[in-house]
Design a protein around this ligand. Structure first.
Ligand code: ATR
Length: 283
């Protein structure tokens, strides 16, 4: 079938997630819930893909009736080079999590992680105001880069960043600019002084991993504290922040919100992120 052939009117849209490993991805449950809830004829499928097969798989999927896919580890960076168009935010972050296969065969890459991060805070802490004071970010991996892009976009005046491997935070500063201030990992507690928004974007605190250990003496009870880790929902870091009187927002909402733009593009309906969805994903 030529790539520019229009889709058949009876076409049942297929979408999914590609990664390796993929068995534990919550995305099929999430999109499956929305498909059932809105009575949409479509399917969302987890697909294990080896890095050496990525290019071939991306060429084949549109021909099999796929309208797009989510992308997870280890392909989030590699897909940028294989896409025909890349949004500015995906290019800036250096990774994509959402691909749209256009009817003309072109692949469009976007990154909705930063959108999901901010949408989660807006939904669960509606009075959160990014300009209230400096933001403090722990971590400098792929997820942290999406948080940096979205916080700067939201108007944060100063964004402090620390990471075990300091050079990764230096690299982010060199790419994202003057509003970033790098703190040494050994002095991470200092960056909480006066911070209005505090984010853990490391994998510390995840089930089976060490907790994030940070002296919280400088943390103001007025700060909003959030964690990208969502298993467990309340990480030791969030629990400690809550004990100091801070408002906390868990990371599950980011996962749910980052999925919404892709679902809308593929299946034609903007889905809702609510408690029913949370329950379905946690089951
Ligand atoms: P993701 O795409 O989820 O952000 P990643 O790019 O591998 O994944 O980033 C993981 C983050 O968790 C990094 O900030 C990493 O710190 P390093 O850059 O120093 O590796 C952080 N991290 C993971 N394990 C850690 C540990 N034991 N102590 C401190 N930081 C850790």
């Amino acid at each position: 079938m030529p790539d520019d052939q229009p889709r058949h009117p009876d076409h049942v849209p297929l979408a999914g997630v590609i990664g390796m490993p993929i068995a534990h991805s919550r995305s099929p449950r999430l999109h499956g819930h929305w498909l059932r809830r809105y009575g949409i004829a479509g399917h969302y499928i987890p697909m294990p893909v080896m890095p050496e097969h990525l290019a071939e798989v991306l060429r084949a999927l549109p021909r099999l009736g796929f309208v797009g896919v989510n992308v997870t580890i280890p392909h989030k960076e590699a897909v940028l080079a294989l896409a025909d168009t890349v949004t500015d935010r995906a290019a800036l972050i250096g990774a994509a999590n959402t691909l749209i296969f256009r009817p003309d065969g072109k692949i469009h890459a976007d990154n909705t992680d930063g959108y999901g991060f901010v949408a989660n805070l807006r939904q669960n802490a509606p009075d959160w105001w990014p300009k209230a004071g400096p933001a403090a970010l722990i971590g400098a991996g792929g997820a942290a880069r999406a948080v940096v892009a979205s916080l700067l976009d939201s108007g944060v005046g100063e964004l402090r960043i620390t990471n075990r491997t300091r050079i990764r935070s230096e690299q982010i500063k060199s790419e994202f600019g003057a509003r970033l201030v790098v703190y040494d990992w050994a002095q991470a507690g200092n960056m909480l002084e006066g911070a209005a928004t505090v984010v853990n974007a490391t994998s510390l605190g995840m089930d089976g991993k060490q907790p994030l250990r940070l002296p919280l003496d400088a943390l103001s009870p007025d700060a909003l504290v959030t964690d990208l880790v969502y298993a467990p929902l309340v990480t030791p870091f969030l629990r400690d922040a809550q004990a100091r009187g801070c408002r906390i927002v868990d990371g599950l909402g980011m996962l749910l919100h980052q999925a919404a733009p892709g679902f809308e593009c593929w299946f034609g309906r903007r889905p809702e992120v609510d408690d029913d969805l949370r329950r379905a994903v946690l089951e």
